[in-house]
Write a protein that binds this ligand. Structure first.
Ligand code: PAN
Ligand code: ZN
Length: 195
């Protein structure tokens, strides 16, 4: 890990950083239970464990004051009528936010608080998105032929809580409806709320 100030290059068309420490690849199996249409999920899986998204991270100490940052690339596609997306998470330290800057593609950031508020904000090249403290976040690629690429930065001590989202999903889903993205209620979230 670097101990003096540093820079790196981040250029199109693929926006893979010129330097990184960690390359995370999430395949279909990593998203088990996350897509609503389990039959469509199993049918996709039968054809292969496709790569759905990737993250390039520059490692920094996980302490307050440091800024963790990297690139997220969500590849295009559908599972049933749901667009490819990240797992999504709350930060373990709930009172930490995150900034995303969209470099390429078209999609949405799906967000919600533990209190049940929700927000869905568009992502497109040049768009900056501010995820406020307390808001869980998931990026969704709403294009079927282009990667969704974002740069992100968040506090070093934030940590990740994936469990809450794994259990209930997000309150809203982004699905393809008549060839267009549509934001719909997630029945699994409502069922989990009802207990
Ligand atoms: C991002 C995300 C990245 C991948 O770095 O971690 O986009 O999404 P998941 O972590 O939900 O799989 C971030 O929000 N970090 O806090
Ligand atoms: Zn985050």
């Amino acid at each position: 890990m670097k101990t003096i100030p540093f820079g790196f290059d981040l250029n199109g068309p693929d926006f893979i950083p010129s330097e990184y420490d960690n390359h995370i690849q999430r395949h279909l199996t990593a998203m088990k239970g996350q897509y609503l249409d389990q039959t469509a999920y199993q049918q996709r899986l039968a054809q292969g464990d496709d790569l759905l998204y990737e993250v390039y991270e520059l490692r920094r100490p996980t302490v307050p004051g440091e800024l963790l940052h990297g690139i997220s690339i969500v590849h295009p596609g559908l599972v049933g009528d749901e667009y490819h997306m990240t797992k999504g998470h709350f930060h373990e330290v709930l009172e930490t936010g995150e900034i995303y800057y969209c470099l390429k593609g078209h999609g949405f950031m799906v967000m919600e608080t533990p209190e049940g508020e929700w927000a869905v904000e568009p992502l497109y090249p040049g768009r900056v998105l501010c995820v406020l403290p307390r808001w869980a976040h998931r990026s969704v690629n709403a294009s079927l032929d282009e990667d969704l690429i974002t740069f992100f930065v968040y506090p070093g001590d934030a940590g990740h809580d994936y469990g809450t989202i794994e259990q209930k999903g997000f309150r809203k889903l982004v699905v393809q409806h008549d060839g267009q993205p549509a934001i719909v209620d997630n029945p699994r979230w409502a069922a989990a709320e009802a207990g």
